[in-house]
Ligand binder design. Structure first.
Ligand code: 9MR
Length: 403
């Protein structure tokens, strides 16, 4: 089934409507804002502690320019399956720009989106992101240069479909990194250079990068990025850093890289948590201090809190229940608020070494947790489906104000 094709008429209508609504809308639209919004800004509340970031999706990034929207409509439909339900999303962009001072592209700079075919780059959305950041005084942390996921198969193959040699794959990696990092030299503060290279037990993930190049694919990626922009901050990013075994494997490898003089400046702990199955809080703190002991920055890079019970994920896909389809029960809302507060207490306790906390999205409607691994209504972020602040947001503001 061609899902994009089926939904396209709806999307076209939505876009035309939104273009009308967007009349006069400019980057961030602070000067054209008509409604009074007294909500305090989250990043301002935390300005003495750490940077507060968010991930922006394609719908939000391209909302800034009706012109870019039209171009996209004409030329490019990739990546819309997940995001098109809220396309475009100027309100999400506006809320994102008010509350966050660092932005990360959720998908538009991943290999399959920015470099879909050999020799073919699509910089449209990434260029817009840079313009938005410049016009609104935001920093960018780009995501991600080397990953096993969202990377087309051709990357690892020659023209006949045979697997590339180590040297050929390194050359391809270097070319990709130089093209992107070179284009945005001086405009992007930092990069998630390598993403998710380790297994839960701390061993190397058997990705194609690892299998073809060997474990120094990580160091090479950092070296290439540094060549292309010596001033960019370069980060290693992964999840389950609270797991001592996984953390030990990553820590050991990063320590080796640092000893070898590899240019690495920080480590990102994704922090996709579930309110019903939180990791040991002590391990969250330990993860921050142990990585910081390496002498590099430590960041929370993809924070969100899944509110669904684990049982939802055990159902057969065809018989599952979308349990919070009609709204979030009050007690779950409260639990979400409590867990966010607990986490930020830990983060604030480490604010001398923690440099950034980035949420993986602006508002509940845009979160990946609504569509992966299957469609389900989730409420993982600080803003609801109307982009209004949730009780968890108020709690975090209060926490900052009480510092
Ligand atoms: O949020 C992203 C979602 O829109 C994509 O469909 C998905 C595909 O892999 O990737 C999501 O972002 C991931 C991030 O890039 C790396 N860490 C895990 C994130 C959530 O899956």
């Amino acid at each position: 089934m061609n899902i994009t094709g089926t939904l396209f008429p709806y999307r076209e209508t939505a876009i035309v409507f939104s273009l009308i609504v967007l009349f006069g809308f400019q980057f961030g639209c602070s000067s054209t804002q008509t409604q009074q919004d007294d909500t305090p800004s989250l990043h301002e509340a935390y300005e003495d502690a750490f940077l507060i970031g968010t991930a922006l999706n394609r719908a939000q990034i391209l909302s800034a320019t009706p012109e870019a929207l039209r171009d996209t409509l004409r030329t490019d439909r990739r990546g819309y399956f997940m995001e098109q339900q809220i396309f475009p999303d100027p309100k999400g962009l506006k809320v994102g720009l008010k509350h966050f001072n660092v932005i990360t592209p959720e998908n538009v700079m991943k290999w399959e989106e920015i470099h879909p075919e050999p020799g073919v780059y699509d910089f449209e959305a990434a260029d817009r992101l840079v313009e938005i950041a410049e016009a609104n005084d935001k920093k960018i942390v780009a995501h991600t240069l080397v990953w096993h996921n969202q990377t087309p198969d051709w990357v690892f193959e020659d023209e006949e479909g045979n697997e590339l040699s180590r040297e050929a794959l390194l050359e391809r990696m270097r070319d990709h990194i130089h093209t992107i990092v070179g284009r945005y030299k001086g405009k992007i503060m930092g990069y998630d250079v390598v993403n998710e290279a380790f297994n839960t037990d701390g061993s190397f993930r058997e990705s194609k990068w690892y299998n073809i190049i060997g474990e120094d694919f990580i160091a090479k990626a950092f070296e290439y990025a540094h060549e292309a922009d010596p001033d960019a901050q370069l980060y290693y990013n992964d999840y389950h850093m609270e797991n001592p075994e996984k953390r030990a494997g990553i820590h050991e490898h990063l320590e080796k890289m640092i000893a070898d003089g590899v240019p690495i400046h920080g480590v990102g702990s994704q922090s996709h948590f579930s309110i019903n199955n939180m990791p040991d809080y002590e391990q969250i703190g330990k993860s921050i201090t142990e990585f910081s002991d390496l002498g590099i920055d430590v960041m929370i890079t993809e924070l969100d809190l899944n509110v669904l019970p684990a049982s939802v994920y055990q159902f057969d896909r065809n018989n599952r229940q979308d349990i919070y389809k009609d709204g979030l029960p009050e007690e779950v809302q409260q639990k979400l608020t409590e867990v966010y507060s607990d986490l930020f207490e830990i983060y604030l306790d480490h604010s001398d070494i923690l440099t950034r906390v980035t949420f993986w999205g602006v508002s509940d409607d845009g979160s990946w947790l609504n569509y992966l691994p299957f469609e389900q209504t989730n409420y993982p972020l600080l803003f609801d489906r109307n982009k209004d602040p949730k009780p968890a947001f108020d709690a975090l503001i209060e926490l900052a104000n009480n510092q």
